[in-house]
Ligand binder design. Structure first.
Ligand SMILES: *Cc1c(COP(=O)(O)O)cnc(C)c1O
Length: 410
């Protein structure tokens, strides 16, 4: 496919929310006006100087942006001569990139005169980021969460409640993420006049893949400038972990028109068997789910397949539509990292650099370490999407304290 990346942002998505044949909005009739209202408001408001200036102020004063780019000298030296750099989204307020789009969505709700924001959450990371935005903007907030997840994710449930959000337990079906999505959609259908549904990644029906991408692009835009200022060059490879695809799309787009190789990393989990991983781009096929057309992992009936990853933020059976498109254009490649590789990267970054990464981000880091070994020279820029405090209990229980990682000196 012939795509001009100099004018890419002007042309994609199309007016009806398409990235080539991916994306779109497959909605129940009643939600069509609600999505139209959000799209029209966003397309107007996102160009207003009040909105842009307010978002800039929030990023600087509340979120602590810009987050730095950091050169991992010790980790790089341990592998060879290829240099690994990190974009430190773990230092963004609340410890991950998700706040970037939640603050954007909250500000949009405020400009649209809405009183309430809602969402579903699985592991609770999106819920905490949205509850933070709601507290900041003085909006009501309801987070739908399966009862099983509530029991598993007590610290995040506590955070949401302390931040003033209502956590609504979902008691239907398997009582996890899928049922929580359905419950949140039912709420939205009834309440869209004063409520906005805030999606947690660059997916869902138009305009969400576009809005979330636009709000996350601050990551790549900052990183590109910072890297150039530090080194005088651009990196040879840019990489990020891909769950729904928000931290990666935000990192990648500012490099689309550069001579830079771009690679998204999906979770291979325990292996290649369906149910053991969540590598939708690598093993999936085209289909519609949750309101958009993309590449997804299907079960025998053609519905969303069960997925698994050690990183709960990556276990989603589809992927944002723009990723499907960028691969089809041949501009972005996708590869995988397993649980085992991710945990190895988790310990190495902790031990050799003093940074405990989120297990999600550890997938991209694992790939960077593998590539650095192969490349021998050059540089790789990794989006370190979040910090790993949330994963510590789990890692210690299952993998110990990393005793096998001997001290490394040079
Ligand atoms: C949620 C999450 C991800 C995965 O989501 P994307 O939308 O693919 O970015 C990655 N890293 C961290 C730290 C997360 O919390």
């Amino acid at each position: 496919m012939d795509v001009d990346f100099r004018t890419y942002l002007k042309n994609y998505p199309s007016r009806d929310g398409r990235f080539g044949r991916f994306g779109g909005a497959y909605l129940p009739e009643q939600l069509v006006p609600a999505m139209k209202e959000i799209t029209e408001a966003y397309m107007t408001i996102c160009h207003s100087s009040q909105f842009i200036n307010e978002l800039r102020r929030i990023r600087r004063e509340f979120q602590g942006r810009p987050t730095p780019v950091y050169h991992c000298e010790r980790l790089s030296r341990m592998i060879g001569n290829c240099q690994i750099y990190l974009k430190r989204e773990d230092l963004n307020h609340t410890g991950a990139h998700k706040l970037n789009h939640c603050m954007g969505e909250g500000l949009l709700a405020k400009f649209m005169g809405k009183k309430r924001i809602i969402a579903e959450t699985g592991a609770g990371q999106h819920g905490v980021a949205l509850a933070t935005a709601a507290a900041f903007f003085g909006l009501k907030c309801s987070i739908y969460m399966g009862e099983v997840d509530i029991a598993k994710q007590q610290p995040n449930v506590a955070r949401m409640k302390v931040l003033g959000a209502e956590v609504v337990p979902v008691k239907e079906g398997l009582r996890t993420l899928k049922e929580a999505v359905d419950a949140a959609f039912r709420d939205y259908l009834e309440n869209y006049k004063d409520t906005i549904y805030c999606i947690g990644s660059a997916l869902g029906p138009h305009p969400f893949p576009m809005m979330v991408r636009d709000f996350q692009m601050v990551v790549g835009a900052e990183a590109r400038e910072q890297f150039q200022e530090m080194t005088g060059f651009l990196p040879d490879v840019v990489t990020a972990s891909v769950g729904g695809g928000s931290n990666s799309i935000g990192m990648f787009l500012p490099f689309l028109n550069d001579p830079v190789e771009i690679v998204g990393i999906e979770p291979l989990g325990r292996g290649t068997k369906l149910g053991d991983h969540a590598a939708s781009m690598t093993y999936g096929s085209e289909g519609v789910m949750h309101g958009f057309n993309s590449i997804m992992l299907k079960d025998e009936q053609g519905g969303p397949a069960p997925v698994y990853s050690v990183a709960s933020g990556l276990d989603y059976p589809s992927v944002g539509p723009e990723h499907a498109f960028l691969r089809e254009c041949g501009r972005v490649n996708y590869d995988v990292a397993s649980d085992e590789e991710a945990v190895d990267a988790f310990f190495k970054l902790s031990r050799y650099e003093g940074i405990i990464p989120a297990l999600e981000s550890s997938h991209a880091l694992a790939y960077a370490m593998r590539r650095a070994r192969q490349m021998g020279t050059g540089s790789i820029l990794v989006n370190l999407s979040g910090r790993g405090d949330k994963d510590l209990d789990f890692v210690i229980q299952n993998y110990g304290y990393g005793e096998k990682y001997k001290d490394f000196r040079f």
